[in-house]
Design a protein around this ligand. Structure first.
Ligand SMILES: N[C@@H](CCC(=O)N[C@@H](CS)C(=O)NCC(=O)O)C(=O)O
Length: 213
């Protein structure tokens, strides 16, 4: 059955792979699944046709036959549950990998997104200079905790899993801030993710749309 995802017609990051279709593409590549991409403009994302598949008018979405999904956590979990390569077979290891997916989305991503807002959308506000260090410290705190847990191993819990895919995807959003460089083990962790052939294919596919081949 054909899998179709949606992505930005023109990503605001100009093809740096930070739009969230990249993590879905990465999961599909890890699972060896072919997929098609439907590109949507900012205007079209808010039109009824797209709102019917994404109630919040965002990308990405995932369609497979009658199934329509939104939210990258749900999409990556769906792919990982059904196809080999992203979740361990052992039930407890599987539950732990899923825990890391949730940790990436619920514990790491919110302060990281907040930092992006503080650095870009709020930079012209009178209070921006006072707020930014507070937001940065909240991110630093989480990075410190994550780096302590990762230690000197390659992946968060044994072999590479959907938990790492989601964590690396979330951490990648920190690159423009430079904060990741303060944590060498996390920088290496992200680099290991980026070095995976499946990630490279996903990155190149979104870049081809946004910056051309
Ligand atoms: N929690 C959602 C977030 C989706 C999201 O924020 N998508 C962004 C692109 S990365 C978007 O569509 N932004 C445009 C908008 O919200 O109008 C997920 O993980 O899928």
């Amino acid at each position: 059955m054909t899998i179709t995802i949606t992505a930005f017609e023109r990503s605001p990051d100009g093809g740096k792979g930070l739009a969230r279709d990249t993590r879905v593409r990465w999961a599909l590549e890890e699972a060896g699944l072919p997929y098609e991409v439907h590109l949507v403009s900012f205007g079209a994302m808010k039109e009824p046709a797209h709102l019917a598949i994404h109630p919040f008018g965002q990308i990405p979405t995932y369609e497979e036959g009658d199934l329509v999904l939104f939210e990258t956590g749900a999409i990556v979990f769906h792919i990982a549950e059904r196809y080999a390569g992203l979740l361990p077979k052992d039930a407890n290891a599987r539950a732990r990998a899923i825990t890391w997916m949730f940790a990436a989305l619920n514990t790491m991503e919110p302060p990281i997104l907040d930092l992006g807002i503080a650095r870009i959308q709020e930079s012209d506000k009178s209070w921006s200079k006072e707020r930014l260090p507070l937001v940065e410290d909240r991110v630093r705190n989480r990075l410190h905790q994550l780096s302590n847990r990762l230690g000197d191993v390659d992946w968060l819990d044994g072999g590479f899993s959907a938990g790492d895919l989601m964590m690396v995807s979330v951490l990648l959003r920190l690159k423009p801030s430079g904060l990741l460089n303060e944590f060498p083990s996390l920088s290496s962790y992200v680099a290991r993710g980026e070095a995976r052939p499946a990630y490279k294919r996903a990155f190149d596919a979104q870049a081809a749309i946004n910056i051309g081949p």
